[in-house]
Design a protein around this ligand. Structure first.
Ligand code: SF4
Ligand code: SF4
Length: 185
C-alpha cells in the first residue's frame, strides 16, 4: 500500500499559477473556489526585502481534524493517505470547513457538498500524477510514495531540511515544504 505525499520545493516555484489553472480544469472547480493557491510571503524591512512563494493545498493530514469533526462519516481517510469526501453521506453542514486549520475546504455551490483537493486520485488510478504536479513549470511540486524509500519524495525529505504548515496543530500533514530562504519553521 502506498503512502502518498507531496513535497513542495519553494526554491523552484516561479509563481506562474499554472497549478491553479490545471487544478480547476481537471476538477471542474467553480471560479470562486480553490483547491490550491500560491501564497506570497514577503520578509524583511525596506529596502532589504525578499519574497517566497508557497503553494498550498489540502495536506491530506494523518490526524485530520476534518475527518474527526465530520458528523456523518462523509469525510474519510484512505489507507494510501488520501483524505476524501463521500458526497453520498455529506449533508453540507460545514463542520469540516470549521475544523480544518488550513482553510483547505469549501462548499461547492454547484452541488452543496464539501469539496477540496483529492490528490487527483482518478489520475493516480490511470498511472498519472496530480494535475498540478504534471503542469508545474518549475518542477516545484513533487508527488510520490513515502513508503518507497527510493521515491523522489523520500529522497528529498532525506536530503533536505523540510517543514509542514502549522506543525503545532497536531494534524500531521502529508504536504512537506523545502524553504527557499532561512531555516525550516
Ligand atoms: Fe482535512 Fe484540512 Fe488536513 Fe485537508 S488540510 S486533511 S481538509 S484538516
Ligand atoms: Fe461532513 Fe459534509 Fe458536514 Fe463536511 S459538510 S462535516 S463532509 S457532512
Amino acid at each position: 500500500m502506498p503512502g502518498y505525499a507531496m513535497v513542495i520545493d519553494q526554491r523552484r516555484c516561479v509563481g506562474c499559477m499554472a497549478c491553479i489553472v490545471a487544478c480547476k480544469t481537471q476538477n471542474g472547480v467553480p471560479p470562486e473556489c480553490f483547491r490550491t493557491r500560491v501564497v506570497e510571503e514577503v520578509d524583511g524591512v525596506f529596502p532589504d526585502l525578499r519574497m517566497e512563494l508557497r503553494p498550498e493545498l489540502c495536506n491530506h493530514c494523518d490526524s485530520p481534524t476534518c475527518v474527526q469533526n465530520c458528523p456523518t462519516g462523509a469525510s474519510y481517510k484512505r489507507d494510501d493517505g488520501i483524505v476524501l469526501v463521500n458526497r453520498m453521506r455529506c449533508v453540507g453542514c460545514k463542520a469540516c470547513i470549521a475544523a480544518c486549520p488550513y482553510g483547505a475546504r469549501y462548499i461547492d455551490p454547484d452541488h452543496g457538498y464539501a469539496d477540496k483537493c483529492t490528490f487527483c486520485f482518478e489520475r493516480l488510478e490511470e498511472g498519472e500524477e496530480p494535475a498540478c504536479v504534471s503542469t508545474c513549470t518549475g518542477r516545484a511540486r513533487i508527488f510520490g510514495d513515502l513508503e518507497d524509500p527510493e521515491s523522489e519524495v523520500s529522497r528529498l525529505l532525506r536530503g533536505y531540511a523540510s517543514y509542514v504548515l502549522l506543525a503545532g496543530a497536531g494534524t500531521k500533514p502529508r504536504v512537506h515544504y523545502i524553504r527557499k530562504f532561512g531555516k525550516p519553521e
